[in-house]
Design a protein around this ligand. Structure first.
Ligand code: AGP
Length: 504
């Protein structure tokens, strides 16, 4: 396209793809003979030539009072104001101006002026569209006295989880989800469930797998979306694919969802953003209702996803009659006790702040655990590396001696997560091996550990192992936060990262 435009007299000043677009629009604009809607028709002609994903806003001195927007697989929202309208890539960006949003479909065009928004399909046939009211409070997207969004969002976890639970889960009542029409007959046809997501959302999926397998006896695979979309997965009518995405806009997750639909699998989206792309593509959607998450490092979205997956597992188990109902009631009681238990963990933050002061200069850290604790270790490790830039890895504790233990020496900190009484003695013996090689050890546990020689121990309340990640992850979130602060880094906007990864 660049070559074509250069041959036609256009000059380029950068290497970005984006620069092609205005030139291409200008090229078509000058070719248009009809005056009616000339600007829009030129944009449409240019978009017709584009491949890939994009969200484009076109403004021109030739048509100073209007803008044209169009998207394909990338987020773009239009906010409706009074005598003013807005566009943004994300709802929180304009939440202080309006709560009424138009959600644009792929290849749908909007022509926006101060007074109105007109919509056109890909053939430029005009149609009407109604707004969606977003209930988020504008102050929810502000720091409200906290030093950083991440710290605020860590502290919002008790209320975020209460919102996620909502009226879905109550003691001695059947769990229910509004708008989820999955039946017991359909669940009985399933040969497996695939959970697909990226990063932290994928880590939440690993915890969800434990809950669904234990309560429903349905095999669950957890897949990284960028792998799933290219591995020709064995899925079809007998597979339910669950997609987890805070933003609902992650490019790989969205593409993996479209693939499952093509292959005939039913799709269920778990998202925090109403009307986001994956929710519009999926057969079913359930929302986490955690409120806007601004910090790049995900915290409250993770715990809300873990809770929602547990509630979903209980809902499936009740439909299938696959788990002892008294034990399900105990799990429900544990889930309902979590908000106050999270508050208790948050009260211990000074202890974690002090530990961070002692270890923030380190270069390598390892996180270990077994079972669900291993999945939390993965999340703790990701949190640390993304905001503190300290190299960190998570390992299933039993895997250490198959190679990684060669790296353990003086000056390295190993974080152990121990919440499962059956697996705790095993992980303790792995930790003793790293202690004897000179590593410092930091333990997050709900067990009474006697006669151990660990350097730091953070105690958390006891809770059912399926939801223990909700409590054990919080010290790890705070540890990453305080280490980053000690290093003087920008906690909310770590280098090289974006909140929504809308490209492959
Ligand atoms: C988490 O701290 C990261 N920022 C990242 O791994 C994130 O969870 C991932 O990009 C997925 O985002 P999503 O939930 O919006 O799809």
């Amino acid at each position: 396209m660049r070559e074509f435009l250069i041959k036609n007299g256009y000059h380029f000043f950068s290497q970005t793809d984006t620069e092609v677009i205005p030139n291409l629009i200008h090229y078509y604009y000058t070719k248009e003979t009809l005056e009616d809607n000339k600007f829009l028709r030129a944009v449409q002609a240019a978009v017709h030539d584009l491949k890939g994903s994009y969200a484009i806003e076109v403004i021109s001195s030739l048509c100073p009072d209007k803008m044209v927007v169009v998207r394909k697989d990338s987020p773009l929202v239009i906010g409706k104001g009074s005598n003013e309208n807005f566009i943004a890539s994300d709802i929180p960006a304009i939440l202080s101006y309006t709560k009424d949003f138009y959600l644009l479909d792929d290849y749908e065009y909007a022509v926006i002026t101060k007074e109105q928004v007109q919509f056109f399909d890909s053939t430029l046939k005009e149609h009407q569209k109604s707004t969606k009211n977003i209930e988020w409070d504008a102050t929810a997207a502000e720091k409200n006295g906290y030093a950083d969004y991440m710290l605020k969002e860590i502290h919002e976890q008790p209320t975020a989880i209460l919102e996620t639970i909502g009226s879905r889960l109550k003691l001695e009542e059947k769990t229910h989800f509004e708008d989820l029409t999955i039946t017991s007959a359909y669940l009985q046809t399933l040969s497996k469930i695939c959970i697909v997501a990226c990063g932290t959302a994928m880590h939440a999926g690993l915890v969800g797998k434990d809950a669904i397998e234990k309560l429903c006896q349905i095999p669950v695979e957890v897949n990284i979306a960028s792998e799933f979309r290219y591995c020709n997965p064995i899925i079809g009518e007998k597979t339910l694919c669950i997609y987890i995405s805070q933003s609902g806009e992650t490019a790989d997750t969205l593409a993996a969802l479209k693939l499952a639909k093509e292959k005939g699998a039913k799709t269920l989206a778990i998202s925090n953003v109403v009307g986001s792309s994956i929710t519009r593509e999926a057969d079913y959607t359930i929302y986490t209702h955690a409120g806007p998450e601004i910090a790049v490092a995900s915290t409250k979205a993770y715990t809300s996803q873990v809770i929602l997956l547990n509630i979903l597992a209980i809902y499936f188990a009740e439909l299938l009659g696959s788990y002892d109902s008294a034990k399900l009631e105990e799990l429900k009681a544990d889930i309902l006790s979590l908000p106050s238990k999270i508050e208790n963990v948050l009260h211990e933050k000074t202890q974690i702040e002090e530990i961070a002061k002692k270890i923030y200069t380190e270069h390598d850290m390892y996180f270990i655990g077994r079972g669900t604790d291993y999945h939390v270790a993965m999340e703790g490790s990701l949190k640390l590396k993304e905001i503190s830039y300290i190299h960190s890895e998570a390992y299933a504790a039993g895997e250490l001696k198959h190679g990684t233990i060669a790296l353990i020496e003086n000056g390295i900190t190993v974080v152990g997560v121990l919440t499962n009484p059956v697996l705790t003695p095993k992980t303790i013996s792995n930790l003793q091996e790293v202690v004897s090689r000179g590593a410092k050890t930091l333990i997050v546990t709900n067990q009474n550990l006697r006669n151990t020689n660990f350097d730091f121990t953070i105690s958390i309340p006891k809770v059912n192992n399926l939801v223990s990640p909700i409590l054990s992850v919080i010290p790890l979130q705070l540890l990453a936060y305080y280490i980053s602060k000690n290093k003087g880094l920008d906690v909310d906007k770590p280098r090289n990262l974006a909140k929504s990864v809308t490209v492959e």
